[in-house]
Design a protein around this ligand. Sequence first.
Ligand SMILES: *[C@@H]1O[C@H](CO)[C@@H](O)[C@H](O)[C@H]1NC(C)=O
Ligand SMILES: *[C@@H]1O[C@H](CO)[C@@H](O)[C@H](O)[C@H]1NC(C)=O
Ligand SMILES: *[C@@H]1O[C@H](CO)[C@@H](O)[C@H](O)[C@H]1NC(C)=O
Ligand SMILES: *[C@@H]1O[C@H](CO)[C@@H](O)[C@H](O)[C@H]1NC(C)=O
Ligand SMILES: *[C@@H]1O[C@H](CO)[C@@H](O)[C@H](O)[C@H]1NC(C)=O
Length: 360
Amino acid sequence: MWLVVWLVVALSVSGSSGVCPCKQEDLCKPVQQQHEFEVFVFDVGGKEWQFYDWSMVTTVATFGKYDAELMCYAHSKGARVVLKGDVPLSDIVDAAKRKAWITEKVNLAKSQFMDGINLDIEQAVNESTPEYYALTALVNETADMFHREIPGSQVSFDVAWSPKCIDGRCYDYKAIADSCDLVFVMSYDEQSQIWGNCIATANAPLNQTLTGYNHYLEMKIDAKKLVMGVPWYGYDYVCLNLSEADVCTISKVPFRGAPCSDAAGKQIRYSYIMKQINSSMSGTLWDDRQQAPFYNYKDSKGNIHQVWYDDPQSIIQKAAYVKQNSLRGIGMWNGNCLDYSDDPVAQEQSAEMWRVLIQM
Ligand SMILES: *[C@@H]1O[C@H](CO)[C@@H](O)[C@H](O)[C@H]1NC(C)=O
Ligand SMILES: *[C@@H]1O[C@H](CO)[C@@H](O)[C@H](O)[C@H]1NC(C)=O
Ligand SMILES: *[C@@H]1O[C@H](CO)[C@@H](O)[C@H](O)[C@H]1NC(C)=O
Ligand SMILES: *[C@@H]1O[C@H](CO)[C@@H](O)[C@H](O)[C@H]1NC(C)=O
Ligand SMILES: *[C@@H]1O[C@H](CO)[C@@H](O)[C@H](O)[C@H]1NC(C)=O
């Protein structure tokens, strides 16, 4: 019995020996189609993917549990499904260990009929350190091995909203972008390091967001490598004090050297925000400077909160930049954040969130 279990486990991780779980054998083949415009979706698990707008989706990065049904379905729509890749950089400074890690991921991808990997390494790194060079080599070697072993596969890398050492991430962005197929720019959590007043502000203010892309482009990173990531979630902050001008003072939670951060708030999904907003104190308010919506509400204990988020009105302006600058595409963290129930108001809100991603 134990031997049998061990054999099954061993077979399922050792490579191409896996049995195709799809109704048609063809659907287990890696996707070959090259999409000129990417709609890159992060999925965190669950079954919401059934309600995604599959007329748009080109890649799904699966950060939840492996779901063979999702893989088969995505393939039937010509969309890639990619693994999550994360490893402590100190573990892969050694070239042999790096190779072993990449080999393991390639084998996992093959056994699960996946189309590549999304490297989500958000660690702090200083320039010209062993970890700095190891990270650059990791991306190059991962791309080389995936492309060789799984023809048509895609290797992507997640970067912060700006290349300017955000959260201590001083990477060789140009070399990384050059060696992978695309870079997913996480244009959110932009208040992870608050250097000025400790007040609640937008997750992804328009000007700050676009400044980040300008910096990537100034480094001579090809626009066709850049996928803009927009947030389908917001931040709920408890206000220590809310001024008449709606300035919400937040508690001091330091992060990577900065005195305050968005860690003082709690991330909440767009679906939750849409349910809460009608019972809020303020209803939707709009900040002109940041081009972002927000609202204030009082909780059951009487504490006042301020919630900052993104909605079709704020996202459409970001999507316009994608189009104007011919970026590779757009995507979001994460696809699961919308309300996919059969409530007609929710359905319209969710459809609109998908619709604004692509500017005709
Ligand atoms: C980077 O260097 C700074 C200044 O020397 C140091 O405080 C920080 O801990 C270093 N970060 C890492 C990840 O090594
Ligand atoms: C990785 O680096 C090698 C050596 O510089 C280079 O020949 C190769 O094209 C690079 N691979 C990718 C995917 O950039
Ligand atoms: C951001 O705002 C500054 C100051 O108003 C302005 O100079 C700059 O052009 C803006 N950047 C973008 C990308 O819109
Ligand atoms: C708190 O907000 C009130 C109302 O706007 C204001 O009068 C007061 O000065 C604020 N207190 C602090 C400590 O900021
Ligand atoms: C919230 O209020 C707006 C405007 O009155 C309405 O159109 C919408 O259906 C309400 N949303 C929900 C979830 O009830």
